[in-house]
Write a protein that binds this ligand. Structure first.
Ligand code: CP
Ligand code: NVA
Length: 319
């Protein structure tokens, strides 16, 4: 099976550090023109859910690396008429050089990786969003490092996440933050506390569990270096909207809560944001909000992830 990026821990810490260094180079050199990393390659970008940032950054990214991006709305595939995931993946393996997928179940990205023989990138599942969390680590490094982004600048830094702590972003930030020695505090209502599956992901990867959960927002925010939130109603959870909005209200990141964080702290959000729900308009648009840096960095970090996969799979018959 080719090396894929389905979970934050699919790269070692050393490989991830290499990804970040490459992302920094790509960011500096973007105007130099197209590269040839993916020359002659076609990559399928399959979407079962809506997307703005992920779709645009992968489509531009594959092109900038010299490849051909094929954006596929999952509802246009025979898969939506009952063809199996296994057969779809096998067919794609005969045409493409790599696959990027946004879908619901984590099992589906795993099945694509097992059956296609290609490198597969998780572009968000209900369980994880590792492309976003790697980008967030990179963005924090840019703000915390004195010079070039440095993974050591993350060590011991407090990342406080508020809201639905059983969602893909909370889990991926816990895993990525754990890989780089951050103190990750997940804060939200007990009803949406992290599930045992997250402990399982740490165990499976053999890394120590470095996050903690609290339902006390002041405890979580106090002295934080980065304050992060995500929507209270993730894609696919729309029917729970009314309950979620009510129960998560005390966890809104507003001026009062953000005011408890460190004096040089940054505000982060993967976007899209619902201003007035999980975050106040004032915090979202404040000088310390780095939301657009996060969004831009998706392009640079994902180009580096794709390059790393090409390097790791070279000579294995994968691509
Ligand atoms: N943050 C993120 O993944 O954005 P999109 O849903 O727009 O891709
Ligand atoms: N938790 C959100 C992230 C969107 C980028 C969702 O899954 O909808």
């Amino acid at each position: 099976m080719a090396r894929s990026f389905l979970k934050d821990t699919d790269f070692t810490e050393k490989e991830a550090a290499e990804v970040f260094a490459l992302a920094h180079r790509y960011k500096k050199l973007r105007s130099a023109g197209r590269l040839d990393v993916l020359q002659g390659q076609s990559w399928g970008l399959i979407f079962f859910k809506k997307s703005t940032r992920t779709r645009l950054s992968f489509e531009a990214g594959v092109y900038e690396l010299g490849g051909h991006p094929m954006v596929i709305n999952a509802s246009d595939l025979q898969l939506s008429r009952g063809e199996t995931v296994e057969d779809t993946a096998k067919i794609m393996g005969r045409f493409l050089h790599g696959i990027v997928i946004r879908t619901f179940e984590q099992e589906m990205v795993e099945k694509f990786a097992e059956n296609s023989g290609l490198p597969v990138v998780n572009a968000l599942t209900d369980l994880l969003h590792p492309c976003q969390s790697y980008t967030d680590m990179f963005t924090m490094m840019e703000f915390f490092s004195a010079g070039e982004p440095d993974v050591d600048s993350l060590k011991g830094k407090k990342l406080a996440f508020f809201g639905d702590t059983a969602c893909n972003m909370a889990y991926s930030l816990a895993l990525s933050g754990g890989m780089f020695g951050m103190e990750v505090v997940l804060c939200g209502p007990e009803e949406f506390a992290p599930q045992p599956v997250l402990d399982g992901l740490f165990k499976e990867a053999g890394i120590s569990k470095t996050f903690r959960f609290t339902s006390d927002p002041e405890d979580a925010a106090r002295g934080a270096d980065a304050v992060y939130t995500d929507v209270w109603v993730s894609m696919g959870k729309e029917e729970e909207k009314a309950e979620r909005l009510k129960i998560m209200a005390p966890y809104q990141v507003n001026e009062k809560l953000f005011g408890l964080s460190g004096k040089n702290s940054i505000f982060m959000h993967c976007l899209p944001a619902h201003s007035g729900e999980e975050v106040s308009e004032g915090v979202l648009r404040s000088k310390r909000s780095v939301i657009f840096d996060q969004a831009e960095n998706r392009l640079h970090v994902q180009k580096a992830i794709l390059s790393m996969l090409v390097k790791k799979n070279r000579g294995t018959g994968g691509i």
